[in-house]
Structures are given as structure tokens and as C-alpha cells.
Design a protein around this ligand. Structure first.
Ligand code: COA
Length: 202
């Protein structure tokens, strides 16, 4: 009986590890699949996630599936799932990189954790570090145009995100006052950047 359970556990772990792109002892990353759409919609509609985004409209399953077909499958957007290794590779959030114009040397990057229970335990910093390094290594941007970089905008009140992005190596560029969200709310935001050259010493 014990052997059967062990075999089942091994198979479960093996299935979970299929498609792992990067991992540490805390978190791992895999590509989003169409089956993740419902989970992402549930997470993205939580006030604790939505309040930090400029786009505040409700996400729908139809909309997310269309986004998957249009942007993710075509490689315009790199949409990674964050997995919690302390909980059997459970998906807990997303890290998304928008290529904007494919021939440009800058991407827009971000991350959110949809499961509130995992916040504040270092998973965001850990997974975003993995994600940014993985994207720089695997989705090269043309260095002929200068130092490849990732840009992000974070609400000045989002202390966890500001600290997390500092942990990952992002640096302050400027403050944008009164950015209008889609529901009319105004938010002050910082523009931060992670240049590939910042990582030279790692
Ligand atoms: C932002 C987010 C990804 C951070 O992930 P996390 O796993 O919760 O963060 P970490 O545990 O790695 O903590 C990062 C830093 O923030 C601090 N921190 C975490 N939660 C905090 C909180 N609620 N208040 C103040 N500081 C906090 C930690 O102490 C740590 O700082 P330190 O390294 O100086 O000690 C996550 O909280 C989240 O998904 N929030 C909602 C969505 C969001 O804001 N996304 C970003 C949009 S730009």
C-alpha cells in the first residue's frame, strides 16, 4: 500500500514539474495554458489585486480566453504562472511581460499573487527574480538598440510591490502624478526600470 502511495506521489510531482522553466527552493515558473484562464479571472477580479492596476474593469472567462489566443499563443505576451513549491507546485499568481513592439529593446513587466495566503512570505520577490532573469535569457531583445530593459509602473502606495521590485533590482526613474484608472480613480505611480546591465555582477 505504502509503495502505491509513493508511486502516486511521484507521478503527481512529475506531472507538476513538467514544463517548469525555472525554479528555486520556494517558487517555480511555467507558461500559462488555456486551462489557467478561469483561475486568472478569479484572481484578477479580487479587490486586493485589482486595486493596484490602472485597468479596473471586471475580467471574464471569454475575454481571458480570447487574450490567451490573441496574445499568449502568438508570443506577443509572455505570461508565466507562479507556482508555490512549499505547496505541491500550486499555482498562486502570474508574472506577465508585454513585448510591446517585438523589435524594441524594452518590455513591460509585472507580477501579482492571486492567493492572499501566500503574500508576504517572500514568494513575490523570489518568483519575480526568477521571471525577470528567465525572460532576459530566453526572450532576447536587440542589444544593438542599447541596453535591454524592463519597465514597470507601481502605485506609490503599493509598499509591498515597491519593496519587492527593489529586491529584484529595479531602480526608480520618475514619479507620475494622478494617473487615471479606468474607473476614474487617480493614482500616483513610480516608473521603475530593470536594465540587463544591472545584472552584470550576478
Ligand atoms: C506585490 C506582490 C507581488 C509582492 O509579493 P509578496 O510575496 O507578497 O512580497 P514579498 O513577501 O516578496 O515581500 C516583498 C517586500 O515587501 C514587504 N511587504 C510585503 N507585504 C507587505 C505589506 N503588506 N506591507 C508592507 N510591506 C510589505 C516585505 O517585507 C518585503 O520587504 P523586505 O524585502 O524589505 O523585507 C504581492 O503582494 C501582490 O500580488 N500584491 C497584489 C497585486 C500587486 O500589487 N501586484 C503588483 C502590481 S504593480
Amino acid at each position: 500500500m505504502k509503495e502505491t502511495i509513493n508511486a502516486a506521489e511521484t507521478n503527481e510531482a512529475k506531472r507538476a514539474m513538467d514544463g517548469i522553466l525555472a525554479r528555486s527552493d520556494k517558487s517555480a515558473l511555467r507558461m500559462m495554458t488555456k486551462e489557467d484562464c478561469a483561475l486568472i479571472v478569479r484572481w484578477r477580479n479580487k479587490p486586493s489585486v485589482r486595486e493596484w492596476y490602472i485597468y479596473r474593469e471586471p475580467f471574464t472567462l471569454e475575454g481571458e480566453e480570447a487574450y490567451y489566443e490573441r496574445e499568449v499563443k502568438t508570443g506577443h505576451v509572455i505570461h508565466l504562472m507562479v507556482l508555490d513549491l512549499t505547496d505541491g507546485y500550486k499555482p498562486v499568481g502570474c508574472s506577465v511581460f508585454n513585448r510591446m513592439e517585438p523589435d524594441k529593446n524594452q518590455m513591460e513587466g509585472g507580477i501579482f499573487l492571486g492567493e492572499d495566503s501566500v503574500k508576504g512570505k517572500g514568494i513575490g520577490s523570489d518568483a519575480y527574480r526568477l521571471a525577470t532573469r528567465w525572460v532576459f535569457a530566453h526572450w532576447p531583445m536587440p542589444e544593438a538598440q542599447g541596453d535591454p530593459s524592463m519597465i514597470s509602473h507601481v502605485a506609490t502606495k503599493n509598499i509591498a510591490s515597491i519593496r519587492m521590485t527593489e529586491n529584484v533590482g529595479f531602480r526608480y526613474e520618475k514619479t507620475l502624478k494622478d494617473v487615471r484608472c479606468t474607473d476614474g480613480t487617480l493614482m500616483d505611480m513610480v516608473q521603475i526600470v530593470l536594465r540587463k546591465s544591472f545584472l552584470a555582477d550576478e
